[in-house]
Write a protein of this length. Sequence first.
Length: 166
Amino acid sequence: MSERSGTARPSTARGRLTERRFSPRRIARVALGVFLLAAGISHWTLLRQAFQAQVPPWLPLDPDFVVLASGVVEMLLGLALLAVGLRPLRRFAVPLGWLVALFFVLVFPGNISQLVVQIQSEGAGSATGLWVRLIFQPLLVLWALWSTAAWAWLVWWRAQRRAEAV
């Protein structure tokens, strides 16, 4: 119980996951981790040139550097999402969820730029494909927040703030 409001603090409030072995949240987190790991690897291998075409022309960095660096970040985030289910690392789940969501927000301008400039690349070879990618990006943010319990923590935190204001 929280001292001020008398409401029970969810186990996720301190950034800890309490999941059943095959809970939907765990499955979603592992799937997102595998997705990010595979995407990161593809930045270094098969789709390297396609990703270079997606780097916005206004970005003052070498496109190859941006692709390789974002690939490393995606691989690390993917591995972290897979590892955060281990008992000693569960307390990092909520901050990791916010970090993954932030990453998806930071790459969003690249998706907008690609749509505006109409850069064609594998996986998004048409304007429709580019729109689908653009729409899917906010869903990735929500996926990251929900699968790591960061969204539940935010709801709990806001309820605590409201209770303290009363």
